[in-house]
Ligand binder design. Structure first.
Ligand code: AMP
Ligand code: MN
Ligand code: MN
Ligand code: MN
Length: 289
């Protein structure tokens, strides 16, 4: 098949190396079984699962792109920037991600202090038990612990009641700078993509500033079709991709069979009027030797 005709590209998901629940090899098999034709594992702030994902994809004959999802603070809001086709061995990228991970443990202890004040003890130790990688302890791990211990019925309920701004387990945190994250990605040979723009609570002006500054730093893509978007978001960000002349990406943001509404490889295809980001990454796609 002409690789540019790939429609079932899934370029966004998480393994237990960050806040997903499955091993990279299990995700690769799931992607393949679901008909994914081009796959990327994009763990938060971490590339240590990349080799396992790539080797598992090779063994299955599944074309693979390296990836990561970097946490950034922009206009006081946490924004995620995906790097696709990155070089996971790039020293600048590795150092940048290590710096971004720094402080997660301290933040988690403060989150646990906040939860203890409302009668939920030992949440730090509890969440840590769920973290495959302690440096990557995330709100998701707290959510799993609070579901397991019966405080809430679902991880979505935990976020709503405890883990978002204004709630007892929320701790403000400063992540990487937008321009730095874009540079780490670009300098390692990858393309930077704004993840799930429909999720951020920006005003129209702030969103415009995000897209404008992202482009000025060398960012080239935007996620249009993602598990975090409604169909109205698909249409809105398809228009924004064209307005800002950005390449379009597609990815489920799959974390776990129990928690994720969208499974790998099950989203609608990209609108035909968009330029798929993978067409610009053909030389970075890795296949079995
Ligand atoms: P952190 O990087 O520690 O702030 O954790 C962010 C992660 O929490 C995201 O990558 C999602 O996996 C998860 N998350 C954020 N908001 C929600 C929500 N409302 N419901 C479920 N999971 C969420
Ligand atoms: Mn996550
Ligand atoms: Mn994200
Ligand atoms: Mn994600």
């Amino acid at each position: 098949m002409n690789p540019t005709a790939w429609t079932n590209a899934d370029l966004h998901c998480h393994s237990c190396v960050s806040d997903g629940t499955l091993e990279p090899e299990v995700l690769a098999a799931r992607a393949k079984a679901n008909g994914v034709e081009l796959w990327a594992l994009t763990d938060h702030d971490e590339v240590s699962g990349q080799r396992r994902a790539r080797e598992a994809a090779h063994a299955l004959g599944l074309p693979y792109l390296s990836g990561a999802e970097i946490s950034v603070t922009f206009a006081g809001v946490t924004v995620h920037i995906i790097g696709l086709g990155i070089d996971p061995e790039s020293p600048a990228l590795i150092q940048g991600l290590a710096d971004t991970r720094d402080g997660r443990i301290l933040r988690a202890q403060e989150m646990a202090d906040g939860l203890a004040k409302v009668g939920i003890p030992d949440a730090f130790e509890g969440a840590l038990n769920y973290a495959g990688n302690p440096e990557l302890i995330a709100r998701t791990h707290f959510a799993r612990y609070l579901v397991e211990t019966g405080y809430c019925a679902s991880t979505h309920e935990v976020f709503r009641k405890y883990l978002v701004e204004g709630k007892p387990g929320y701790v403000e945190h400063r992540w990487a700078r937008l321009g730095d994250a874009v540079n780490w990605i670009t300098q390692s040979g990858g393309i930077a993509v704004i993840a799930h723009p429909g999720r951020y609570k920006f005003t129209v002006n702030e969103e415009y500033a995000l897209f404008t500054e992202f482009k000025a730093h060398g960012g080239r893509g935007v996620e249009v079709v993602t598990g975090s978007h409604t169909s109205a978001d698909f249409a809105k960000y398809a228009d924004m991709a064209i307005e800002f002349d950005l390449l379009a990406s597609r990815g489920s943001d799959f974390h776990s069979p129990e928690e994720s509404r969208t499974d790998l490889g099950t989203l609608p295809v990209l609108p035909a009027r968009l330029k798929p980001v993978w067409e610009a990454l053909m030389d970075r796609v890795q296949r079995a030797a």
